[in-house]
Design a binder for this molecule. Structure first.
Ligand SMILES: [Zn+2]
Length: 213
């Protein structure tokens, strides 16, 4: 029988830079399922915008993004463009099952598969198999958390929203959902321009000035 640690190891490698809570909860899904004799692995987690463009291009041969061709053949696998997938925010993982010895992937949405989805939901995930339009059975998504204060090191939709506002106000920065040095620098510039405390942290005052309350 495959070891629990092996399943977790393989999954960690595939998840990339997902949010910490998502990483913890996904590993917990693997553990709880293992206790019930169901063997789960994560196939993907965080996805860059470029990777998303590659996926969106599948089944859309003429697809061009940012001046680069990403189109290819085969069936359509996603309806989310770069930046539109929660995978781009590090808030989602995709899972699949493996055989007891861990050598073969199992993609059939059977009783075990649904049991994993139940476990994931009990831990707070939303399951793509519950969606009404395009059912995405491997997909587990963590609900967005609205933080009161955002600062360097934070990621996610809240950060993208701030970046979009700053961009709309004429500040030059990349909208990638990552609060890195560039975003911090722009926030400081914005604070300086508005004669408030220059700390590079988006708290209540800065949010208010950005029109985000
Ligand atoms: Zn997914």
């Amino acid at each position: 029988m495959i070891k629990l640690e092996t399943l977790k190891q393989r999954s960690r490698k595939r998840m990339g830079q997902v949010e910490t809570i998502v990483l913890k909860k996904a590993l917990h899904v693997i553990e709880l399922s293992y206790e019930e004799g169901v063997f789960v692995q994560i196939s993907s987690g965080y996805r860059s915008w470029e990777e998303q463009a590659g996926l969106y291009g599948q089944g859309r041969p003429d697809y061009v993004w940012n001046g680069k061709a990403y189109g290819s053949g085969g069936p359509i696998v996603t309806y989310a463009r770069p930046g539109e997938s929660v995978h781009n925010e590090g808030r989602a993982v995709d899972f699949f099952l493996v055989t007891r010895d861990g050598t073969k992937a199992l993609w059939e949405v059977d009783e075990n598969w649904r049991r994993v989805a139940e476990i994931a939901k009990s831990l707070g995930f939303r399951w793509g198999g519950d969606w009404t339009s395009f059912r995405d059975y491997p997909h587990l998504e963590w609900p967005e958390s609205r933080k009161a204060t955002l600062k360097r090191g934070d990621t996610g939709a809240g950060v993208s929203e701030i970046q979009r506002r700053l961009d709309a106000l004429g500040y030059c920065l990349q909208i990638d959902g990552r609060f890195g040095p560039q975003t911090e620098g722009v926030v400081k510039q914005f604070q300086e321009d508005h004669a408030v405390d220059v700390d590079g942290i988006v708290g209540p005052v800065t949010k208010e000035l950005l029109g985000l309350n």
